[in-house]
Design a protein around this ligand. Structure first.
Ligand SMILES: [Zn+2]
Length: 405
């Protein structure tokens, strides 16, 4: 291995159907004439979709294999001992159509459930496979645009209020009984499909025409319920995930605001663009608003049945000039935002293997005699302990993936 400490990194696009067609192609300077959905851009070392490191001779190598060659040196000995791999996965998301309602397992639960599915012989890529790896997946997302999501169960009073305000859902008030999140969620997730239709058809008959006429607002649950009906439901089957839109907090983040999703917190992204950083995992248990596999007992088992007051994070000032830190309880990752001024160089030292994503502007990264030009949409990979300098040719906005220091 050479002494190089900084490398250009090329991520991988995921073309999930819910993605937008313009945002990520524009960011990456790609054309998208056939209007394919560009949902996510992955910068990480997940074994299924590793990014590629560009070596000084121009050749490319998958990041997972690159790190394995000398994990202790590249990750730093602490991170290598604790995780044995790049602990985080860093992404850009463009959500045009809402994503499935989901919950992520805890680390312990993921380890045993992954082993159990392996024992059963369920292939890793099977559609009914819940666990793709043995890891937990806490997530932090930072809004790049006005962003809408569902996040955790509403507080009791807010929940009763929305159920009372929605005539078709008033039957749920006695089930909830002011506190029983488990009974409420179990009922809507396990009732027969014909009962789902019985309750939701009148609701949709009332709100879809309002949605179509533009009378509903994004700050109303009805807006998203009507949109979900138009996105996911065929004529003979209404998606029961629509109930959840009313049960969970409807959250609006402004650009620069972030939110953390720990194991067990049900959530769903509804619309907008964000940067996301998470533990290196693809473990998702789904609860509706999807055509993908749903395992209700497994979902119930991993969901925390408690009210959540959304904690919108604005970040704290970091030690580097122009740096904002978004601390979370997760040891696997930390997101930082760097606002650099044209002509003012900034010196950095990488705490572990770090990834920097240039969201706006352009910078030159230099370490010793090695220089890399990074324009908007480019990413840099640095090894643990690398000392380098960013020289911004223009004002630049950079997102930094690291671990808590
Ligand atoms: Zn998630």
């Amino acid at each position: 291995m050479s002494n190089t400490k900084i490398y250009k990194l090329e991520g991988k696009v995921q073309h999930y159907t819910w993605g937008g067609t313009d945002f990520i192609p524009a960011l990456l300077h790609l054309t998208n004439t056939d209007k394919k959905p560009f949902a996510e851009y992955w910068m990480g070392a997940h074994d299924n979709v590793p990014a590629e490191v560009v070596l000084p001779d121009g050749s490319k190598q998958p990041l997972n294999g690159f790190i394995k060659q000398d994990a202790a040196a590249l990750l730093g000995s602490n991170v290598n001992k604790r995780f044995g791999r790049l602990p985080y996965l860093f992404k850009v998301l463009d959500v045009k159509d809402m994503l499935s309602i989901q919950v992520h397992p805890s680390k312990k639960a993921a380890e045993s459930a992954f082993a159990a599915e392996n024992m059963k012989g369920t292939p890793l890529n099977a559609s009914n496979r819940n666990y793709k790896d043995d890891n937990h997946k806490p997530e932090l997302m930072l809004a790049l645009s006005d962003f809408w999501l569902l996040h955790g169960f509403k507080a009791p009073q807010a929940l009763v209020t929305i159920l009372m305000q929605t005539p078709e859902l008033q039957f749920l008030v006695p089930v909830f009984d002011g506190k029983n999140y488990h009974a409420l969620y179990e009922l809507v997730m396990t009732m027969d499909q014909h009962e789902v239709e019985e309750h939701l058809q009148p609701l949709l008959d009332r709100i879809v025409p309002l949605y179509e006429k533009g009378f509903l607002n994004r700050s109303e649950e009805d807006f998203w319920a009507a949109r979900a009906a138009k996105t996911f439901c065929d004529a003979n089957k209404i998606d029961r995930g629509i109930f959840s839109i009313y049960l969970f907090n409807l959250v609006n983040l402004k650009p620069g605001e972030a939110i953390f999703q720990d194991a067990g917190i049900p959530h769903a992204y509804l619309e907008g663009q964000n940067m996301e950083i998470m533990a290196n995992s693809d473990n998702v248990l789904r609860g509706g608003l999807t055509n993908k596999y749903i395992d209700v007992p497994e979902l119930m088992h991993h969901t925390k049945f408690e009210p959540v007051i959304p904690d919108i994070l604005k970040g704290t000032t970091g030690s580097v000039t122009g740096e904002t830190v978004f601390p979370t309880p997760a040891a696997d990752f930390e997101l930082r935002r760097l606002e650099l001024k044209a002509g003012t160089p900034v010196a950095l030292t990488a705490a572990t293997a770090e990834i920097y994503f240039v969201y706006e502007g352009a910078v030159k990264a230099s370490a010793d005699a090695h220089e890399i030009n990074l324009e908007k949409g480019a990413a840099l990979f640095t090894t643990a302990g690398a000392s380098f300098t960013f020289q911004p040719a223009q004002n630049a906005l950079i997102f930094r993936a690291t671990v808590p220091q």
